[in-house]
Ligand binder design. Structure first.
Ligand code: CUA
Length: 358
């Protein structure tokens, strides 16, 4: 046994001890750093807490494994590197080490089985139906490129809206559907997400527990307008929520509204363009007057001047009737004719005709 023969000598014990010590210190620092980072947005559901705890446990388990593997890789690369004059030499003949192989198979296996069991228990707990029978049913329908929400009212009838309105502290049972391709319904603040798959219903349980507004996102690349599939979940106190749903159920006010834009019947063309339409035109189109620079759809400063008012109107309510060269059908949401009132569409047409191309 010589000092030159690596990996077998007892003289390496101090080095191993040193490595273990460094590894322990680096792991502790890594865990502290990982736990300090704010990984998620504010938690707005009952489900968020166990999920965030699960995440922390996964971090605590992963950091030491990462440090162990990296330490061995870096140590080996330095310790057993090829030195000048050794280019043509073979490495030492090494046989398998059964004991070592059993250890490095068994430990990860135990770790993985343990973490998987924990994650499984957390998930089944969350998915369990609530004991109390006051759950609210909400149907979520995804399409290129918007979400539509159908909240079950007290009379069992669905109330349709383009923003998601939920009462605080009441379990919600989502049924998620898609009209075209696979989308993914996700409210990061609730932590839960699930695919919207054409032809089948998928389900999700969430109990919102924090009043506020949270983004609803599509988490599955579903086409060119994927990034515009962003709406808002409003968690209201139960009284406000009931009022809101009654308002939505009563239908659009005389001046329109269709439930978009927070129930206000917006008829200012520019506001409709930048904010109130759902999703706003500005998220996909370029229009200098509105400060919009979207490129998902045609540049309106270029195309609008050549269009008649009737053609502009058709482009809003039936976007696939005529497609601008260089663009594909199916990118613009086909339902502006439903979500905007006649008056709102006219206001948009008038606004576009006035300002485009200036
Ligand atoms: Cu729908 Cu991405």
């Amino acid at each position: 046994m010589s000092v030159e023969d690596p990996g077998t000598g007892r003289e390496h014990r101090p080095q191993v001890r040193q490595m273990l010590l460094i590894g322990a210190v680096v792991s502790a620092l890594g865990i502290a750093l990982a736990l300090l980072i704010d990984w998620f947005p504010v938690a707005a559901s009952k489900e968020a807490k166990p999920i965030d705890t699960l995440w922390d446990v996964l971090l605590i388990a992963s950091v030491p494994v990462f440090v162990l593997v990296e330490t061995i890789v870096v140590y080996s690369a330095i310790r057993f590197r090829m030195r000048p004059g050794e280019e043509l030499k073979d490495g030492p003949p090494i046989h398998g080490n059964t004991k070592l192989e059993i250890i490095w198979t068994a430990i990860p296996a135990i770790l993985l089985v343990g973490l998987c069991t924990y994650a499984y228990v957390v998930l089944t707990d969350i998915e369990e139906a609530p004991a109390a029978g006051n759950q609210l049913n909400v149907r979520v329908v995804g399409e290129q490129f918007t979400w539509t929400f159908y909240v079950e009212g007290a009379d069992g009838k669905e109330v349709k809206s383009n923003q998601l309105y939920l009462p605080n502290n009441r379990p919600v049972y989502f049924t998620v559907q898609s009209k075209d391709v696979i989308h993914d319904f996700w409210v990061p603040a609730f932590r839960m997400k699930i695919d919207a798959v054409p032809g089948i219903d998928t389900h999700l349980r969430v109990t919102p527990n924090r009043i506020g507004n949270y983004p609803v996102v599509c988490a599955e690349l579903c086409g060119l307008g994927h990034s515009t599939m962003r709406q808002t979940a409003h968690v209201l106190n139960p009284d406000d929520w009931e009022k809101k749903i009654a308002e939505l159920a009563a239908g659009p006010k005389p001046s329109g509204g269709g439930g978009g834009g927070g129930g206000q019947a917006e008829t200012d063309g520019k506001t409709l363009f930048t904010d109130a339409a759902e999703p706003p035109c500005a998220s996909c189109h370029t229009l200098a007057d509105a400060g919009a620079t979207g490129t998902t759809g045609p540049n309106l400063d270029e195309v609008i001047p050549d269009l008649s008012e009737a053609e502009i109107k058709q482009s809003i309510t039936d976007p696939d009737a005529k497609i601008t060269e260089g663009f594909q059908p199916g990118i613009m949401p086909p339902n502006y004719g439903e979500t905007l009132s006649e008056e709102q569409v006219d206001a948009l047409v008038k606004y576009l005709k006035e300002v485009a191309g200036q």
